[in-house]
Ligand binder design. Structure first.
Ligand code: PGA
Length: 259
């Protein structure tokens, strides 16, 4: 069975002190639930090391928000997978919509990052999702197919133990407009079927697919109850332990109810 994963994407927020305090707050709030739910936080690069210290022994995982695919060298401003591992990361977000659309990362670069991360033993969280006009013009599934096909080029079925997909419709990110549970389920079902067809049904069944886009404690339970929604990638509501821990609690409650 797939365990639910609740992941916090802190984006370009916090300072060192607030990052450490937030990590400690998440660690203590998550503690009673870690037997049944996985929890991940992704702070900004400068705070990975202090947050790793704040999380030490807690069972909460640490992830970065980006990675560069080359192992080392003249790549000013970039960070390698080995550096992330050395800083205490087990996970890395790749292809977040802000990197695709604000930083203009193309599909082939995202694919290189996915392969480099998995190759080094990091768990890649590949983010996919359609723009508002792509949804309104009925192109959602075609966009997801393209992002999956290119993002996972060269990724083998045997690599899927190091892969999570996050479905994040761009129109829902940071907007307060959460996808309805039905919209999320429909997209997740489509993504899982895509993986079953492209790889095999076993890999598809084991793959975690997170929903991201304005998740709050209010709607988390309804989303997580959907058959193919395996947790959430949370932005805004991950910046305060008081808002993030109830999302973890919602995941634990859904798990306890027998999902
Ligand atoms: P949001 O961000 O929860 O603030 O919409 C989600 C994300 O971008 O991962």
């Amino acid at each position: 069975m797939r365990r639910l994963l609740v992941a916090g994407n802190w984006k370009m927020n916090t300072v060192r002190k607030t990052a450490e305090a937030l990590a400690s707050g998440v660690a203590s709030g998550a503690k009673p639930h870690l037997a049944t739910v996985d929890v991940l936080v992704c702070p900004p690069f400068p705070y990975l090391v202090p947050v790793a210290a704040a999380l030490a022994g807690s069972g909460v995982s640490l992830g970065a928000q980006n990675v560069w695919h080359e192992p080392k060298g003249a790549f000013t401003g970039e960070t390698s997978a080995d550096m992330l591992l050395d800083a205490g990361c087990s996970h890395v977000l790749i292809g977040h919509s802000e990197r695709r659309h604000v930083l203009r990362e193309p599909d082939d670069l995202i694919n290189r990052k996915v392969r480099a991360a998995i190759g080094k033993g990091l768990h890649a969280v590949l983010c996919v999702g359609e723009l508002p006009d792509e949804r309104s013009s009925g192109r959602t599934q075609a966009v997801l197919d393209r992002q999956m096909e290119s993002g996972l080029a060269g990724v083998e079925a045997g690599d899927f133990g190091k892969l999570t997909i996050a479905y994040e419709p761009v129109w829902a990110i940071g907007t307060g407009v959460t996808a309805t549970p039905e919209q999320a389920q429909q997209a997740h079902d489509h993504l899982r079927k895509w993986v079953a067809a492209r790889y095999n049904p076993e890999v598809a069944k084991a793959l975690r697919i997170l929903y991201g886009g304005s998740v709050t404690a209010k709607d988390a339970k309804n989303l997580f109850e959907q058959a193919d929604v395996d947790g959430g990638l949370v932005g805004g509501a991950s910046l305060e332990a008081e808002k993030f821990v109830p999302i973890i609690e919602a995941a634990a409650a859904v798990t306890a109810s027998g999902k």
